[in-house]
Design a binder for this molecule. Structure first.
Ligand code: GAR
Length: 219
């Protein structure tokens, strides 16, 4: 693949997209409140009105919006609506935090290399849904969490940070999910801080951090 270098941008306004519980959203809210993450959460958006994460956002005084995907005639139209709503809030980076929708070109093009996702495995292992159950079924000894930039593929964009989590022989998908989630909550704010610090570039499919950058990965 041709090597393309693109610099990080300085904006610090985050738009967080959720579909459910929102515990990763909470970890970002807490990191901002505690001064571990120099950012502002401009808006929290959900495709599901009952997502508990919306209550977390309201409790923190963060504006919320519900855009139910079923209300739009196509994926493209929905992604266009999301992009416009995020741009209206002058969002610099979009954080997917348990947002269970594939991201299409309309949103990707509105925020090129500005959309992050957290995934409960060590990518490229176990992309897609039920990553923790996939790991248990496969019998791996180590799994973990990955924060990556979102591209047009399924959980395939450049990796920002990863954290390894051991898998025990007695683990179920639920027990492993809980252990990985604990790692996610530490990893996502740290990976965000690394991206917001800027100075990174993308070469091929690799995200190259400046030599002085904080490295959130703990193996
Ligand atoms: C997290 O485990 C996140 O990694 C996963 O959904 C959960 C959301 O929890 N995301 C994916 O599987 C995306 N493919 P949360 O709503 O409590 O943050």
């Amino acid at each position: 693949m041709t090597s393309v270098a693109r610099a990080g941008a300085p904006g610090r306004r985050l738009g967080v997209l959720i579909s459910g519980r929102g515990s990763n959203l909470q970890s970002i809210i807490d990191a901002v409140a505690e001064g571990r993450l120099d950012a502002e959460i401009a808006v929290v958006m959900s495709n599901r009105p009952a997502a508990f994460g919306l209550e977390r956002a309201r409790a923190a005084g963060i504006p919320t919006a519900v855009l139910e995907h079923r209300a739009w005639p196509s994926r493209d139209a929905y992604d266009e609506a999301l992009a416009q709503a995020l741009q209206a809030q002058r969002v610099d980076y979009v954080c997917l935090a348990g947002f269970m929708r594939l991201i299409g070109p309309a949103l990707l093009n509105a925020f090129p290399d500005r959309i992050l996702n957290i995934h409960p495995s060590l990518l490229p292992a176990f992309p897609g849904v039920d990553a923790q159950a996939q790991a248990v079924a496969h019998g791996v000894r180590v799994s973990g969490a990955t924060v990556h930039l979102v591209d047009a593929g399924l959980d395939s964009g450049p990796i920002v940070a990863q954290r390894a989590v051991p898998v025990s022989p007695t683990d179920t998908a639920d027990t492993l999910s809980a252990r990985i989630l604990d790692a996610e909550h530490r990893l996502y704010p740290e990976a965000l801080a690394t991206i917001l610090a800027g100075g990174w570039r993308i070469e091929g499919r690799r995200l190259i951090l400046p030599p002085t950058a904080a490295r959130p990965d703990v193996v």
